[in-house]
Ligand binder design. Structure first.
Ligand code: FMN
Length: 177
């Protein structure tokens, strides 16, 4: 065993299940953000936690409208999914920039991303400030998806996205390496 720094450890314990966090401002303008730090935290009722950086535009949206959709992009959406993790919604409409079609949600205000493998519509019940992030605990209030869509994406730390096919072979997708 050797001493590891934080970045090296996060790379070694990758991949993380990569999601697109769909949120909305009070004005009705929606946003999308790449998210690796999320997890399921309750079976019944189904609940998730998402961890959003204090400075993210998405954090501002969640504090205005405490609802979100966790969309799981398929490997065919890798290019747009990467853009959502590298550009801020303050600088433009990421649905448009990423080439994603917004699909009205059934229970919450932020839209779903058309073509994703799975979408969890969520309503925030609790907020907790951690070091430099904010955790949002939320109930999953609707689940939809495309069972035939290609496998979804995983992130290797903040460096790149990969798809794991049914035989667990890693396929490179856009990244900064
Ligand atoms: C692979 C990957 C994973 C990411 N995971 C998170 C995360 O869990 N939480 C977070 O706040 N930002 C995360 N980010 C960074 C945001 O997606 C990025 O800063 C984005 O531009 C913020 O958009 P916004 O300002 O529109 O909210 C991740 C980025 C990448 C590329």
């Amino acid at each position: 065993m050797q001493v590891l720094d934080w970045d090296r450890a996060l790379t070694l314990l990758s991949p993380h299940n990569y999601a697109l966090l769909s949120t909305q401002e009070a004005s009705g303008r929606s946003n999308l953000m790449g998210l690796g730090w999320w997890t399921i935290v309750s079976w019944s009722p189904p609940q998730v936690v998402v961890s959003v950086g204090q400075g993210q535009h998405s954090r501002h949206c969640l504090d205005e409208v405490p609802e979100f959709v966790l969309n799981f992009p398929s490997v065919s959406q890798a290019k747009g999914a990467w853009l959502c993790g590298t550009v801020s919604g303050r600088d433009g409409d990421k649905f448009q920039m990423a080439g994603f079609k917004p699909l009205a949600s059934t229970q919450v205000r932020p839209p779903r991303v058309d073509g994703c493998t799975v979408a969890f519509e969520c309503r925030v019940s609790q907020r907790l400030v951690t070091g430099d992030h904010v955790l949002y605990l939320a109930d999953i209030v609707a689940i939809s998806g495309n069972p035939d869509a290609p496998m979804h994406l995983y992130s290797i730390h903040y460096n790149k996205l990969v798809g794991l096919d049914s035989e667990l072979n890693v396929t490179d997708a856009p990244g900064r390496e």
